[in-house]
Design a protein around this ligand. Structure first.
Ligand code: PLP
Length: 299
């Protein structure tokens, strides 16, 4: 990780090295926090934050889902994000807000612990090496939607993603793929999953997956480009036989999938995937005015 100068910590900037918490911080023990991952792109008009409002709305939703009374509004968090990019003089970066229960009492229920918020930013390149991914179905299934709050981005449940990623990487693959409790495809440890057949793009329906902000942006984009998009259960057999598969996510952007275990896709980087990926990259670089409301310019 490339360190930057300052981290926003409960409303004020502190030097990177001083952004510390006590070892008895509640969230460190019980995974009771909420977070976001946001990309900031270099454009001709300076840095632009992708889907800032949607990310902060999800952060507020996730935080409230574990009972936090946030000391900042969504709008204040959006302003803090802009200020964090600005103060660190970053042209492009990854932005990481985190809300957590801090140091106070230490028992499972977090009463007596303060709600704290941080925001950090640092330079970040392509994830998954920017190439077509070779993925593998892992043995840890995606957590059951009723185990926590399925559509919230909470820190604790990420141990499920962490195990999936570790298993796939440990076996030499670029990324893992998790099934849901019914045996259908859920998602990657940090990515939503899509298949393509002809001009139809299909993606697992909401329920057992994180409702990705890139996923919903790509669904809108694909429909605008004339593709039919379905949100429905997707099986592994269908994915093996599909024309193309791809991942979406803040980190992965639109990443083609070359193979799933020993099953090679018909083409490792498909035509439709390439089309959607190229149009997506134009949008995030501020080159398609039709989607300008997806970007917040740092100025
Ligand atoms: C489990 C999981 N699924 C999907 C995604 C993609 O979501 P988004 O496009 O909002 O980054 C992420 C990344 O945040 C994730 O961690």
């Amino acid at each position: 990780m490339k360190i930057t100068e300052k981290i926003w910590f409960n409303g004020a900037f502190v030097p990177w090295a001083d952004a510390k918490v006590h070892v008895l911080t509640h969230t460190l023990h019980y995974g009771s926090g909420a977070f976001e991952g946001i990309r900031v792109y270099k454009t001709d008009k300076g840095p632009a934050i992708f889907q800032l409002e949607k990310h902060m709305a999800r952060l507020v939703y996730s935080s409230e889902s574990v009972g936090m009374k946030l000391p900042f509004t969504k709008e204040e968090l959006m302003r803090a994000a802009i200020a964090t990019v600005k103060i660190n003089r970053l042209e492009s970066c990854y932005l990481r807000p985190l809300t957590f229960y801090g140091y106070g009492e230490l028992r499972v229920s977090p009463e007596g612990c303060p709600v704290e918020v941080i925001m950090a930013a640092w330079p970040w390149g392509a994830y998954l090496a920017g190439e077509a991914a070779r993925i593998s179905v892992v043995k840890t299934i995606r957590i059951h939607p009723q185990t926590t709050v399925a559509d919230a981005k909470l820190t604790g449940p990420y141990v499920n993603s962490m195990l999936a990623a570790r298993e796939a990487l440990g076996r030499g693959f670029t990324e893992g793929l998790q099934l849901d409790y019914e045996g259908n495809i859920a998602e990657g440890p940090g990515e939503n999953f899509f298949i393509v057949n002809g001009a139809t793009v299909s993606t697992p329906k909401l329920g057992s997956i994180l409702p990705g902000i890139t996923r919903s942006s790509v669904i809108t984009l694909a429909r605008d480009l004339g593709y039919t998009v379905e949100e429905r259960p997707v099986t592994l057999k269908e994915a093996w036989a599909a024309d193309e598969c791809f991942f979406t996510g803040t980190a992965a952007e639109v990443t083609p999938i070359a193979s799933i275990d020993e099953h090679k896709m018909k083409s490792p980087v498909g035509k439709v995937t390439t089309h959607i990926r190229e149009e997506f990259l134009k949008i995030v670089q501020g080159k398609n005015p039709k989607y300008k409301e997806w970007l917040t310019f740092v100025g």
